[in-house]
Design a protein around this ligand. Structure first.
Ligand SMILES: C[S@@+](CC[C@H](N)C(=O)[O-])C[C@H]1O[C@@H](n2cnc3c(N)ncnc32)[C@H](O)[C@@H]1O
Length: 228
């Protein structure tokens, strides 16, 4: 099973350190299936809204990862990811992955999941499509801190991998503090693309805030590059 570069990078950022891993908005389920082939010790939960996709996925999982002693190491949930049944697994360590959906939806899902499960030990591994500034703003509001962040380039598209939890200690920033490298041309291209986007759409106060923040970041990266 060949994963896309983006999914492979998400896979590489998943340690064998969880009791439950939730592949939310899983669609084809490739990422969760990869984790099963890796023999991670966690139970893998596949979550999506579309029954037909999940029926097909279930058949494939039964074929490739059949039950042992009547039990599978995976479950399939036809469910809105906002409603993850985490309360069934108190005192367990959870990794919730949300990838391949918009930043606004990702933000909404995390807000609902954290509000419904205030005492759970949850890490979130996120790789949204667009609107990362708004997503990061929401994560900061919810008190989530940074474990790791990274820029991913795939088919000339840019993504941000954002790994956060309440237990982490590093503050999360609105534009991403540790993922930018002034010497990487693709990072500068991504930043210029963001600035161009907000230049075109900045009519509201909030979008101006984003534009100013990304411009300041570009200046500081270029300044760093000139000095070194
Ligand atoms: C483009 S696929 C992403 C697949 C995979 N996660 C990836 O990154 O390649 C988006 C999937 O999200 C699912 N989805 C959208 N909103 C959802 C929600 N609220 N709860 C669960 N699944 C959702 C859709 O049904 C669709 O299968």
């Amino acid at each position: 099973m060949k994963l896309s570069k983006r999914l492979e990078l998400i896979n590489q950022n998943i340690s064998d350190n969880y009791d439950h891993i939730w592949d939310c908005c899983c669609d084809h389920g490739l990422l969760g299936a990869k984790l099963l082939t890796r023999n991670v010790s966690a139970h893998i939960h596949f979550v999506d809204l579309v029954p037909t996709i999940l029926d097909k996925l279930t058949q494939q999982l039964i074929q490739f990862f059949p039950p042992t002693d009547g039990k599978t190491q995976w479950s399939v949930h036809c469910l809105d990811a906002a409603l993850l049944p985490l309360s069934q697994f108190q005192a367990k360590k959870h990794l919730v992955i949300i990838a391949g959906v918009g930043g606004e939806l990702t933000a909404k899902l995390i807000q609902q999941i954290t509000t419904a499960n205030p005492t759970h030990d949850i890490e979130f591994l996120l790789c949204p499509v667009h609107h990362t500034y708004q997503l990061r703003t929401q994560l900061i509001k919810l008190g989530l801190n940074l474990i790791h962040e990274q820029i991913v380039t795939e088919n000339k598209r840019f993504y941000e991998l954002i790994h956060v939890s309440h237990r982490a200690l590093a503050p999360l920033s609105h534009t991403g503090a540790s993922m930018w490298h002034a010497t990487k041309n693709e990072h500068l291209s991504y930043l210029k693309k963001l600035i161009l986007h907000y230049q075109k759409t900045a009519s509201t106060h909030s979008q101006n805030t984003e534009l100013l923040a990304y411009r300041a970041l570009l200046s500081s990266l270029l300044e760093y590059e000139n000095k070194n």
